[in-house]
Ligand binder design. Structure first.
Ligand code: HEM
Length: 464
């Protein structure tokens, strides 16, 4: 199964995906059955030409070729339909900024998300996760995705803004983020602005949510300027705005753009990952039993996990990793060639849209046998091959890799340990899950499950 061949010896396969519709190109396939369409592409080549509407675009299907593209962000810069649309929303924050300004921005924000700093957030994650799942009544239906959105909104807003938002405003932020993320996908795949200026209820909802989000952030910044300093992300940004940071002074607009970027990227992805893990566990009793066994042996008397438990939560972390492989919330990303270039032996014109998809890479059976099978054992120490580690890209790779990757892994591992230590969630017997239609992110967007209490050792009883 070894696929690592020195780059210079490799002969890449290129091809074109069949089924191009006039004007719409592969738009229908991407909209109606995106995951099946993506999964079919590696059979046509390592670099496959597709059509986004009438425009040509290239999907990079081989993990090594994806790495080659991502390690050259000056040639393959942020851009294309996704980032053009996100730029209108997030301004010039870290996710959407073009390469020439990227380094400075990253240098400013990176320290808050270094592993040494992330350890400081562990208590607040378990405290919030505990509060969320303790409120679930036994035997009742739980809106799991909504609850995970509440949890990750509270955690992220505390990391960014400490206690600047009261409970009511945090709940408002959660609702606004949900509405904005929903409206964003349709604006990306149908990039016709006039349509979204029409006074329809959906357009009004989107605009209201977006303007409220901006208002809340502006109010938090103004209040902090009037009050005491805090050692949080807003504190770092305000220092930089006063010319007192590690980089050149930033503008007030940049402070705002950074905060909205971090809220929009850090909350929903994480909520979908957690909801995805709970859903997959309920469908895979053996994985659930082993998770419970690990938690019961480590967290005696239902105590909350702490930072020092992290190295021992081995299986819990494997469940998180496998969830991110199986159901990666970030599923499709675009880049734009800033000059005429070559990729996989093919000339690409300046301005070419190039895409990569963590979902496609994670579901290619030549990297991950039986890719649809949820199998946390793939990530046990010593298990993944070098090729599998290279093909696993839920957080991307290279200098534009996710800023919050370590934070996201720690948050998800601790939140899952806290929730699964106390509660067991079951799928509703009479409800079939609706087929996934990805948006800007992918995951169980409106998952409802039923809650059962857990007692230590029930994994043993279950197995008897
Ligand atoms: C499960 C959770 C998450 C997933 C799956 C995820 C995934 C990703 C991916 C795939 C990218 C690269 C996008 C591209 O190549 O175009 C990215 C970038 C980014 N993510 Fe995350 N992310 C997660 C959580 C977070 C969190 C918690 C934060 C911060 C609060 C965050 C902040 C960012 C930022 C700022 C970037 C842009 C980095 C740069 O360009 O330098 N993400 N994320």
């Amino acid at each position: 199964m070894s696929r690592v061949v020195p780059a210079q010896e490799r002969v890449w396969r290129t091809g074109t995906a069949p089924g191009i519709f006039p004007v719409l190109g592969h738009g229908i396939a991407l909209f109606r059955r995106p995951l099946e369409f993506l999964n079919s592409l590696p059979s046509y080549g390592d670099l496959v030409e597709i059509r986004l509407g009438p425009q040509r675009a290239w999907m990079v299907c081989h993990p090594e070729l994806v790495h080659e593209m991502l390690k050259d962000p000056h040639t393959f810069d942020k851009g294309g339909p996704l980032y053009d649309r996100l730029g209108k929303l997030m301004g010039d924050g870290l996710v959407t900024c073009r390469q020439p300004t990227h380094r400075e921005k990253r240098r400013l924000l990176q320290p808050a998300f270094r592993p040494s700093h992330v350890a400081e957030y562990t208590d607040l994650v378990t405290e919030e996760a505990d509060a969320v799942c303790r409120a679930w009544p036994d035997g009742q239906d739980i809106p799991v995705t909504e609850a995970m959105m509440a949890l990750t909104t509270r955690v992220t807003s505390r990391v960014l803004l400490s206690d600047s938002l009261d409970d009511r405003t945090t709940a408002e932020v959660r609702d606004c983020l949900t509405a904005v993320v929903r409206g964003l996908f349709v604006r990306t795949v149908v990039p016709i602005d006039a349509l979204f200026r029409l006074p329809t209820p959906a357009n009004r909802r989107y605009r209201r949510a977006l303007s409220r989000l901006h208002e809340i952030i502006d109010a938090a910044i103004a209040e902090r300027r009037r009050g005491a300093d805090h050692d949080d992300v807003l504190g770092t940004l305000l220092k930089a705005a006063n010319g007192d940071g590690p980089t050149a002074a930033i503008t007030d607009q940049e402070v705002h753009d950074h905060l909205i970027t971090l809220l929009l990227t850090g909350v929903e992805t994480q909520a979908l990952a957690l909801a995805g893990a709970l859903s997959l566990l309920a469908r895979n009793p053996e994985a659930e039993r082993r998770l419970h066994a690990e938690l019961d042996s480590l967290l005696a008397e239902g105590r909350r996990p702490r930072a020092e438990d992290l190295p021992h939560l081995v299986y819990t972390r494997c469940v998180v990793s496998e969830t991110l492989r199986h159901s990666s919330p970030g599923w499709l990303f675009t880049r734009v060639a800033t000059k005429e270039t070559e990729l996989g032996g093919r000339r690409l014109p300046k301005g070419a849209t190039v895409l990569y998809s963590p979902h496609l890479l994670h579901h290619d059976p030549s990297s991950f046998p039986e890719p649809e099978r949820f199998d946390p054992d793939r990530w046990l120490p010593g298990q993944p091959t070098a090729e599998q580690r290279r093909a696993m890209m839920p957080f991307s790779a290279g200098s534009r890799k996710c800023l919050g990757d370590e934070f996201a892994m720690v948050e998800a591992t601790l939140a899952l340990a806290t929730i699964a230590g106390r509660r067991r969630l079951r799928h509703l017997p009479d409800r079939t899950e609706r087929k996934q239609r990805p948006g800007i992110t992918m995951g169980p967007r409106s998952l409802v499950m039923v809650c059962e209490p857990r007692t230590a050792g029930d994994h043993v009883v279950d197995n008897a």
